[in-house]
Design a protein around this ligand. Structure first.
Ligand SMILES: [Zn+2]
Length: 288
């Protein structure tokens, strides 16, 4: 072997060794780099999702955000077969306990809301956190009204106000004043026309809000497509819908049974409890 030849072999060996260690280094570094990239990716993704969601509440459900029309969806919306509406974090829109006209057919047309007695100037507040979609006046209908979209998927409408206290696209908190009671639009006598809509479908507010007791009927409401959302709470059972009751302080099983027209035995069976089970306030019982 001459000198040149030895040199070539030596260079080759050095090259092989260094290449080997270099590629090993590469592999060793690869994993953390990958993880880093993924972390960046999901952060960017989360940021994007957040930005989209902040455009308007219930972004994944609604196709648009429209400041003109209460019924802005029509056929452009696909209504899920069922959807659980979270009612926690609610606030009664008014402390009034008097219903002056229920939801349902009235004078040959549909009354899509619930009328609650309020006086001109009474404070009306937002039922849930949300974003104000419409602040308008309609002479032959709602009068001065406000529509709010909520993160739980529903929209609430407040009609016949004497004054609106919010602006469109304003973010509001549950309990925040949004208007004053009045008698504007198609209305005889001051009252609040309170409407609840899920993707445009009117739901009887009495199914969620019990104005007499100033409480929600349960912690959530299960919306089921093609099921009537107009019946009053008591006739729900006969429609095959499940009826729930939220336990209040001082309630007993027999009290709840009488109030909901079921037997104590049925209550026990439905809720897998016994007659001696201690009920805690806020607990939700199935009553049908
Ligand atoms: Zn009304």
């Amino acid at each position: 072997m001459n000198f040149n030849c030895i040199k070539t072999v030596a260079v080759a060996i050095v090259a092989m060794v260094s290449l080997n260690s270099f590629s090993q280094d590469l592999i060793a570094r690869q994993a953390p780099i990958d993880r880093k990239l993924k972390a960046v990716d999901s952060l960017a993704l989360q940021k994007q999702i957040k930005a989209e969601q902040s455009k308007y509440p219930a972004y994944s459900l609604y196709p648009n955000w429209n400041n003109e029309y209460v019924h802005a969806y029509g056929n452009s919306v696909s209504i899920p077969d069922s959807f659980r509406i979270d009612l926690t974090g609610f606030c009664m829109p008014t402390p009034s306990t008097r219903i002056t006209s229920p939801f349902g057919p009235r004078w040959r047309r549909m009354h899509n809301g619930l009328d609650v007695k309020v006086n001109i100037g009474d404070t009306i507040v937002a039922a849930f956190d949300g974003k104000v979609r419409i602040v308008k006046f309609e002479r032959r209908g709602y009068g001065n009204y406000v529509v709010i979209r909520h993160e739980n998927g529903i929209e609430t409408v407040y009609g016949h106000l004497s004054k609106q206290l919010v602006n469109i696209n304003q973010t509001v908190k549950a309990g925040e004043p949004i208007g004053l009671g009045g008698n504007t639009g198609r209305s005889t006598g001051s009252h609040l026309h309170f409407e609840i809509r899920f993707l445009g479908v009117a739901i009887n507010p009495a199914l969620m809000f019990d104005f007499a007791r100033q409480d929600v009927t349960a912690d959530s409401y299960l919306f089921v497509k093609n099921r009537s959302h107009s019946s009053s709470h008591t006739s729900l059972a006969s429609n095959g819908a499940i009826k729930y009751y939220k336990v209040r302080k001082g309630d007993s099983l027999s009290k709840i049974a009488v109030r909901n027209g079921v037997s104590v035995n049925t209550l026990c069976k439905l809720n897998r409890i016994t007659k001696t089970t201690i009920l805690r306030p806020g607990q939700v019982l199935r009553c049908s």
